[in-house]
Design a protein around this ligand. Structure first.
Ligand code: UD1
Ligand code: UDP
Length: 378
């Protein structure tokens, strides 16, 4: 009998990081694999599904405008029941630290399936930061049967929580698998993309491009105001620099960013870019300023320095390796660190030549092999 997989995700980053696994499992006829999206995100999820040519078997379509954690969690658990009842999976795969990961983990546990946690073991050890993601990841780690840790450090975090060694596999991060696939596809001769063509008309690639994103709940309000104030000042001091900010659709981000940064000639605000245009633009950028987890992991593979607008991180490997710099939301610090890159080419160059601690692009193959070799009584 074939082993039955159910792969579930809901937001943009989960979709990007699970896409290589979906594609690999669907190609492998040892398994019967179904895909379910909670659609915790809608437009931002659909952009990813399109690019990776994934058609979900189940789409719960749960996103609501300005949704809250209580109802989202409850509705995911409730809506997963009929899917789990129908598919009766042996293995349910969840990713990372979102509400989808945690709530699907709980539902899958009720169903009796084995739970596989991809991108397991990252920790800040502060349940309030990032909120609620640190708690979501810890809880998912408690529920999971198998843990796919991207690095040795995340493996050690899991071992310290008494998870047995044979249930953990160090894989690298699937974000690199996705990026390698994505870059190859985007740079292939017959790939055409409207968003990329539009970017070519609005950006001047002779000058430095600073790419910005931000969405974390902890930065909503004051943090975001301080970041925007830094961006405004950088733009004013450096008229040749172009700042491009694809703004997250969360209304707690969208509204203040447009209020604070509209109308500045060298700051371009766009809608979230679809993944191909985004990675294309990362490659063309001089520097990235972000609070995103995934972008911190991707950027070093493209040789791009990152200023991380967070106080603490569950990704200390990148800080230790020197590929990212934590600057928090301190306006002055963001300005000073950005200016250093713009003014000191030797310093900039050093930061672009470092090794990426997040993997070699073979994480997916390792996960599939591990599950294939499991002596599972299904
Ligand atoms: C979620 C995750 C966060 C992840 C981020 C990636 C949780 C608790 N948070 O945060 O860990 O880093 O996704 O982007 O799971 N919206 C749209 N269209 C979309 C997506 C979002 O309109 O395609 C708007 C909606 O109004 C939605 C709101 O953004 O209600 C918030 O979405 P939600 O998933 O709750 O939070 P994020 O801030 O996106
Ligand atoms: N990304 C994208 N379009 C954008 C911004 C980001 O496709 O406009 C991609 C990016 O390449 C990365 C992922 O989205 O793979 C990161 O998602 P996000 O920052 O929303 O979430 P996080 O990684 O912080 O959980």
């Amino acid at each position: 009998m074939k082993k039955k997989n159910l792969i579930v995700f809901g937001t943009r980053p989960e979709a990007i990081k699970m896409a290589p696994l979906v594609r690999e499992f669907l190609r492998n006829d040892t398994f019967e694999t179904k895909v379910c999206v909670t659609a915790q995100h809608r437009e931002m999820l659909d952009q990813v599904l399109d690019f990776f040519e994934i058609v979900p078997d189940y789409d719960l379509n749960l996103m609501r405008p300005n949704q809250n954690l209580y109802s989202l969690t409850a509705t995911i658990i409730e809506n997963m029941k009929p899917v789990l009842d129908e598919v009766k999976p042996d293995f349910v795969y969840v990713h990372g630290d979102t509400t989808t990961s945690m709530a699907v983990g709980i539902a899958a546990f009720y169903s009796g399936a084995k739970i596989c946690h991809v991108e397991a073991g990252l920790r800040t050890f502060d349940r309030q930061y990032p909120f609620p993601e640190e708690f979501n990841r810890q809880l998912t780690g408690k529920i999971a049967d198998y843990h796919f840790a991207p690095t040795n450090l995340s493996n050690n975090n899991l071992l310290a929580e008494n998870i047995s060694e044979e249930n953990i596999l160090v894989t690298g991060n699937t974000v690199i698998d996705a990026l390698l696939y994505g870059i190859e596809k985007v740079n292939s001769e017959n790939f055409k993309d409207e968003e990329i063509e539009k970017l070519k008309t609005v950006l001047d690639f002779q000058n430095e491009i600073i790419l910005v994103t931000g969405h974390r709940r902890e930065n909503h309000g004051e943090g975001l105001i301080k970041i925007c104030s830094a961006l405004k000042s950088i733009a004013e001091k450096n008229p040749s620099v172009q700042i491009i900010y694809p703004v997250h659709l969360n209304p707690n981000v969208l509204k203040p960013v447009h209020e604070l940064l509209s109308g500045i000639s060298n700051i371009i605000l766009t809608e979230p870019l679809a993944y191909p245009a985004f990675i294309w633009l990362m490659e063309k950028s001089f520097l990235i300023i972000t609070d995103s987890g995934g972008i911190q992991e991707e950027a070093p593979s493209l040789g791009k320095p990152v200023l991380v607008t967070r106080e603490t991180t569950e990704r200390p490997e990148a800080v230790e390796e020197g590929t990212v710099l934590l600057v928090g939301t301190d306006t002055e610090k963001i300005i000073v660190e950005t200016q250093k890159f713009l003014d000191d080419s030797a310093y900039y160059k050093k930061m672009t030549q470092l090794h990426n601690p997040y993997g070699d692009g073979k994480a997916t193959a390792r996960i599939v092999k591990f599950i294939k070799n499991l002596n599972h009584g299904a």
